[in-house]
Design a protein around this ligand. Structure first.
Ligand code: DAH
Length: 341
């Protein structure tokens, strides 16, 4: 009996060795371990044996089964490995890999996301619009006179079909007010374009975050409060903010927004050109003429708006002395910023 089992195991082993595909394994398994296999038949013959003989015989059968299982298992593993090594592309997946370097966000993206989050925490929603705009949304509806110098070819990039690359995210104010009725409370981060020569503080492409709040009873106090809260969350609780009179065609009154210099705590240094203050952008109360164009009743509603320069904020946060660095995408520079996070 033992001899018979041994030759059965040997026979199975040889046949398993010849398997070259997962299907072969299945067939051989059925042949040697399946219901109709010789081995299974032998289990049935246990009944013919005396009680004393049964355990030893059972043990033999079990160990034969275990051995055949082990052969099947190891051959099946080998088939898988071989298939992996030689898939149709000829690529060997078992070769040791080359480690890839990890990517990271650009400092501008990081700051943009932070700004989004700060304003969202203050209840603002995010609005977006196209970078290719028409004169109506970039100038006319923003109450900009036909002969305003910013409309010049020297300042604005015009594209085919009388369109232009928006020079300011203020276009989104118009897009939003065309579509929604007050109350409105949005910010809109995005790229803008101007025909400027690149220098440490100018770039033909730059990023602004526009804000627009329109409701009953909105005043300049709300603007100052929003600016102050934003500055504190972004730069720390010591930071002060102020607004100064200025002029923009689409706001009345108009203002410029400053924060106390974050490099010297307002003492005066190279970053703030000894003034103790840093310019953050323009702001003001929405001009009734803008509301009129969009059919919003300026007797009922008032609103404030502002536009922040995002590069300025990124440069302050990451100590970047020259705006062009943000657009050159020099990997050595970008890695350095990533290290600072
Ligand atoms: N769009 C202006 C610029 O690009 C900035 C600005 C000024 C935005 C006043 C505003 C605002 O929303 O109310 O210089």
């Amino acid at each position: 009996m033992q001899d018979q089992l041994e030759s059965l195991i040997l026979e199975a082993e040889q046949e398993i060795e010849k398997c070259s595909a997962p299907n072969d394994i299945l067939n051989v398994r059925a042949k040697y371990l399946g219901k109709k296999s010789v081995l299974n038949g032998l289990y049935g013959r246990m009944r013919e044996l005396s009680k004393e003989e049964r355990p030893a015989f059972g043990g033999l059968l079990n160990s034969a089964r275990v051995k055949i299982e082990a052969f099947l298992e190891s051959r099946s593993e080998a088939i898988k490995q071989a298939a992996w090594k030689k898939d149709s592309s000829g690529f060997d997946y078992t070769l040791p890999g080359v480690s890839l370097s990890r990517g990271g966000l650009h400092p501008l993206s990081i700051v943009r996301r932070q700004i989004d989050e700060v304003f969202m925490s203050m209840g603002f929603e995010i609005a977006e619009a196209d970078e290719i705009e028409d004169e109506f949304h970039n100038f006319d509806a923003l109450n900009t006179p036909k002969d305003h110098p910013s409309r010049n070819l020297a300042d604005t990039f015009y594209v085919e079909g009388g369109k232009l690359l928006r020079t300011q995210t203020s276009t989104v104010q118009i897009r939003v007010m065309e579509k929604y009725k007050p109350p409105i409370k949005i910010i809109s981060p995005g790229r803008c374009y101007r025909n400027d020569k690149p220098d440490p503080s100018h770039s033909p492409v730059f990023t602004q975050v526009e804000a627009l709040v329109v409701d009953k009873g909105i005043s300049m106090i709300d603007l100052q409060d929003t600016l102050q809260s934003f500055a504190r969350i972004m730069f720390g609780t010591k930071v002060k903010s102020r607004i100064r009179p200025h002029f923009f065609p689409f706001t009345e009154p108009s203002a410029e927004m400053d924060i106390s210099c974050v490099a010297c705590d307002g003492q005066g240094c190279r970053v703030c050109k000894q003034s103790g203050w840093l310019e953050m952008g323009g702001a003001g109360m929405v001009d009734p003429a803008v509301f009129d164009t969009l059919g919003i009743d300026s007797e009922i509603y008032t609103g404030f708006a502002f536009g922040l320069g995002v590069e300025r904020i990124a440069m302050l946060k990451y100590n970047i002395p020259d705006m062009r660095i943000l657009f050159e995408n020099d990997l050595r520079m970008l890695r350095q910023f990533r290290g600072e996070l």
